[in-house]
Design a protein around this ligand. Structure first.
Ligand SMILES: Nc1ncnc2c1ncn2[C@@H]1O[C@H](COP(=O)(O)OP(=O)(O)OP(=O)(O)O)[C@@H](O)[C@H]1O
Length: 460
């Protein structure tokens, strides 16, 4: 049987660590042969959340990073059958949000590698992904899960699923955000151009990662803008709910390369941030984080970065999803409905919010800021408009699998998506169709002959 020759006999597992700027997870994937179409299906078995913050917080304690991963590695060892553990590829990846920290990130990765080395898995090394890789692997994940990649070389043209359009990917992390899509025009700037050959089809993509424009860093930049506009340590925050107050030291606020401390700021000074719940002023403040002018060099996203016009459907995940999900805005609502919901949420006071959402206290004070940030980023930054807005699907998962760069990374590194098209499996659709049609025609003809003979003998 040709199919059995094509398919490896066993189920396989793959482990990928996503060591993000705010959060670390271990994804456990299972590869299963799909007898129907002669390929394999990768599905997520579990996403184990590593307790504590992202890997960058271990910059001063690299050994702690390794230790923090152990509970998730123990969990994986319970899932992967003992006899398969050695042969299972483990692909830990890590993201360094900032260039300046790359030597520290390398140290952290060395500790992570040491910790994984103590487990009976076929460890293939840890590395730091570039922003562009993060975006591209996210794009592969989305299109793999939604089955929009053309897999087979079909003999008959009419069977080729020409109309399958690939989707774009929008990822909002903690430190950076990525936009990746197949534009309708050639990508003019080599720095933002990505090329993949998957299953024999060429994909020419646009991908860009904006460092500092992830959710956590954007909120920090917003606070810094408000601090620098106020002449006292009392900061009025229009995106925080009325009645909300927090203290933050100047040192804490300016602890990231994304925000530059004014020379006059003394690190020990404690700032008091008070919410004023003013959505219009919030929108204005958020816009100040961006430079929307494109200059002479053609279409752009923001901060002068080249970007062709967005095209087709998009999946928006991670930070794009969390806040919109909390606000019940993930059901393809119109832009005007989204605006109305965000404005009315931003006017609610803190006491009322705490009473209504006692389980969501961790992010509750940020939802108004982040909602405005997402709207500004998508509309003014990436240049979606009221028509293309409905092409954005806010999702965390597809096919029961979390959307992010990890699955695409594993598929790419293991060559699970081959560059060339899969050969059509013998006895596949054309043969089956031809058989089915011949059978139908023969049945009808036989039926007609039987009726004719029956009538003929009756009349005789
Ligand atoms: N339930 C939630 N509600 C609101 N925001 C959330 C929630 N969970 C996570 N976030 C925030 O969403 C952002 C994206 O989270 P994610 O885990 O993708 O970031 P990361 O992988 O650590 O970041 P990066 O990819 O930039 O390294 C972060 O700023 C995080 O703080």
């Amino acid at each position: 049987n040709v199919k059995d020759v094509l398919l490896p006999p066993s189920t396989k597992y793959g482990l990928v660590f996503d060591a993000g700027s705010t959060h670390t997870s271990l994804y456990i994937y299972r590869w299963r042969a799909d007898k129907e179409n002669g390929t394999g299906i990768v599905s997520q078995v579990e996403a184990c959340s590593v307790s504590g913050p992202g890997i960058s917080s271990y910059a001063d304690d690299p050994a702690g990073a390794g230790a923090s991963l152990k509970p998730c590695l123990d969990r994986a060892m319970k899932i992967v059958p003992a006899e398969q553990q050695r042969e299972n590829p483990t692909y830990p990846g890590a993201l360094a949000g900032r260039e300046e920290n790359s030597s520290k990130a390398e140290q952290v990765l060395a500790e992570v590698s040491k910790a994984i080395g103590e487990y009976p898995v076929d460890f293939r090394g840890a590395r730091i992904l570039t922003g562009s890789e993060e975006g591209s692997f996210g794009w592969i994940t989305v299109n793999y899960l939604l089955e929009t990649l053309v897999k087979f070389s079909f003999a008959e043209k009419w069977e080729h699923p020409q109309d399958t359009e690939v989707l774009g990917a929008l990822d909002l992390g903690g430190a950076s955000t990525q936009i990746t899509f197949q534009p309708g025009v050639p990508v003019e700037d080599r720095n933002t151009s990505v090329f993949f050959r998957l299953y024999g089809t060429n994909y020419s993509l646009y991908s860009h990662s904006y460092l500092c424009y992830g959710q956590s860093q954007a909120l920090k930049m917003l606070l810094a803008v408000l601090h620098q506009a106020s002449s006292s340590p009392q900061i009025k925050h229009p995106c925080y709910p009325q009645g909300y107050q927090e203290n933050i030291s100047v040192a804490e606020l300016y602890d990231s390369p994304c925000v530059r401390a004014p020379s006059s700021a003394s690190p020990g000074l404690v700032l008091t941030v008070t919410g004023t719940g003013d959505p219009a002023a919030c929108g204005t403040a958020v816009r100040r984080l961006f430079n929307f002018s494109c200059g002479a060099q053609g279409p752009c996203g923001f901060n002068g970065v080249y970007q062709p016009p967005v095209r087709g459907q998009f999946f928006a995940f991670a930070g794009f999803y969390y806040t919109f999900n909390f606000l019940n805005l993930t059901r393809q609502q119109s832009l005007s409905e989204v605006n109305t919901t965000v404005f009315s949420f931003c006017r609610r006071n803190w006491t009322e919010l705490v009473q209504s959402f006692p389980k969501d206290l961790k992010y509750l004070h940020t939802y108004c800021s982040v909602a405005f940030y997402i709207l500004t980023l998508l509309l003014d930054g990436f240049k979606f408009n009221e028509h293309t807005w409905s092409n954005i699907h806010f999702s965390r998962q597809a096919a029961n699998t979390d959307i992010g760069w990890t699955l695409g990374f594993m598929l790419n590194l293991t060559n699970m998506i081959p560059a060339e098209a899969l050969q059509q499996v013998k006895g596949h659709q054309p043969g089956l169709w031809a058989g089915a049609i011949s059978f139908l025609v023969l049945t009808i003809v036989a039926g007609l002959v039987a009726v004719f003979l029956h009538c003929f003998w009756k009349t005789k």
